[in-house]
Design a protein around this ligand. Sequence first.
Ligand code: IPE
Ligand code: IPE
Ligand code: MG
Length: 232
Amino acid sequence: MPRHIAIVMDGNGRWARRRLLPRLAGHRQGVESLRRCVKACAARGIAVLTVFAFSSENWSRPQDEVSGLMQLMGKALVREVPQLTQDGVRLRFVGERSGLPGAMRSALEQAEAATAANARLQLNVCFNYGGRWDIAQAAAGLAARGEAITEASLQTAMSLAHAPDPDLLIRTGGEMRISNFLLWQAAYSELYFSDTLWPDFDEAALDAAIAAFCARERRYGLTSEQVRGAPC
Ligand code: IPE
Ligand code: IPE
Ligand code: MG
């Protein structure tokens, strides 16, 4: 089983368009899908789930979609925290906080504090996040402290230093690209692309991704014989 699953939750807009609904209706359904996915991961003993909720680049979307997404996030925060606590989920937000409105920043901090003692599943929500931002902020932090920049020091300065690297990286919605998600952390993640749009990504779809992961051989640069412990 993967210990850490990361997901690019893509396809909300197309889900809505197919139903002749506004894009925001797709994002609303996306929140429901995330709730279902969190429960499913907890039930399957996954230790860490990291999801891409809003990228550094998503600010360039139409103004009403951006403000709708901010509102949706604010509301979900207030609504979901009691259930997350009940399910043993520890919530963390990963991304550039200084770019967010003050009220949202304090809501994020409150939600993190309220769930800090939970230990069943770690949920990292990447919000105003970009993989390049993450590498740059890690390097800038080390430089400001006069520390050497090495792979090991960068690793500890990255925004997901509290979690192991993702074992399985899923992207829904049919696109086969990373879109500036976990550029550093995905170095050896198994990639899984699903045509299913995020609002339709259910337990069966998650199980199919996990099954595909279990059938892979992770070699980390070694030969297959080495990995299997067979003589070369
Ligand atoms: C992903 O769904 C959610 C966010 C980027 C916030 P999209 O909104 O990108 O959905 P599509 O790709 O347009 O279908
Ligand atoms: C990636 O999806 C970001 C999130 C899911 C939050 P996008 O829809 O923004 O990615 P592109 O634009 O298709 O690369
Ligand atoms: Mg998209």
